[in-house]
Write a protein that binds this ligand. Structure first.
Ligand code: ADP
Ligand code: MG
Length: 282
């Protein structure tokens, strides 16, 4: 295009620079912005600001989208959609403080403990999303999945590469500790990973089992103790003692026995605690 206010060589130069700098969105917007400039709707500085701003925004959107895909954070959850009034034992301000991501910088371990459906995965994913937005590399997996992938790597002679891959993220989220029995050697493989992450990679772990039950979860008291030694050293423990959000509308339809085994809190007048965690150091 031509412009009455810019000589053709200048316009060509701008085109050339935008292509060289790989700024496709600014290039796409150039004609429209020049028109606004000619019509006096934008000053020259505002025109530059618009072009740069749109390019930056599109890059940020692309970066976040890519980061979320690489992190495998699906389905996406956010703290905005978490109903804190449904979990009165949970301190909203503590969760909002976690969203500031100091724990990621300090390479600490956040534990979410509580019965099924209390939003542990929701909160872990939400914090993962915040970490991606802030520019951290994040990886989300479950204990069953990560130990299976470590076992596969061990069989293929690539265990150390796999451990290094997982530990080089800014934040590693390991969901569902305690739901499924670990395959043989799973505890030892997980220990390799935790050792590599210790004071090096921030982690979020979620579990329906208290720390006192980890010997049973990992099928080995010695390994469980060594794991907890590392995972509780720089740790923030968030216990959610509440009802399942999943059963919110259907609790009345469940038989009493099942309801109680799912959620002692739902049916007992004095809430029980399954394997209370060690006290939060904060
Ligand atoms: P958990 O991991 O503790 O078993 P999830 O995080 O998977 O629980 O929660 C189960 C479902 O309920 C998810 O769809 C989640 O988004 C939703 N959910 C849980 N707690 C809340 C809450 N307090 N407010 C809004 N949605 C919630
Ligand atoms: Mg979960």
């Amino acid at each position: 295009m031509t412009s009455p206010i810019l000589p053709p060589s200048t316009l060509e130069g701008i085109h050339h620079h935008l292509v060289g700098l790989k700024m496709p969105l600014a290039l796409e917007q150039l004609d429209a912005v020049l028109r606004q400039l000619e019509q006096g709707e934008l000053s020259a500085l505002e025109a530059i600001e618009t072009l740069l701003g749109q390019e930056l925004m599109s890059r940020e959107t692309r970066r976040i989208k890519m980061g979320l895909t690489m992190a495998r954070l699906t389905p996406i959850k956010s703290l905005d959609t978490y109903d804190f009034s449904f979990q009165p034992t949970l301190d909203r301000n503590r969760i909002l403080a976690l969203a500031e991501l100091g724990f990621v910088q300090r390479k600490e371990v956040v534990h979410f403990l509580g019965p099924p459906g209390t939003g542990k995965s929701h909160l872990a994913i939400s914090l993962g999303v915040e970490a991606v937005k802030a520019g951290n590399s994040v990886y989300f997996t479950s204990l069953a999945e990560v130990t299976a992938s470590l076992a596969k790597a061990e069989r293929e002679g690539t265990l150390m590469q796999r451990v290094r891959f997982l530990a080089r993220h800014g934040l590693l989220i390991i969901d569902e500790i305690g739901y499924l029995p670990l395959a043989a050697n799973g505890a030892n493989l997980f220990f390799h990973l935790v050792n590599a992450c210790y004071e090096h990679t921030a982690m979020i772990l979620t579990s329906n089992r208290g720390f006192a039950e980890w010997g049973e979860v990992f099928g080995d008291l010695v390994v469980a103790t060594a794991l907890l030694d590392r995972l509780l050293h720089h740790a923030i423990v968030i216990q959610i003692d509440g009802n399942s959000y999943r059963l919110k509308h259907h609790a009345a339809m469940l038989p009493e026995g099942l309801l109680h085994s799912l959620h002692p809190f739902l049916t007992s007048s004095s809430p029980g605690h399954r394997g209370r965690p060690a006290k939060d150091r904060k």
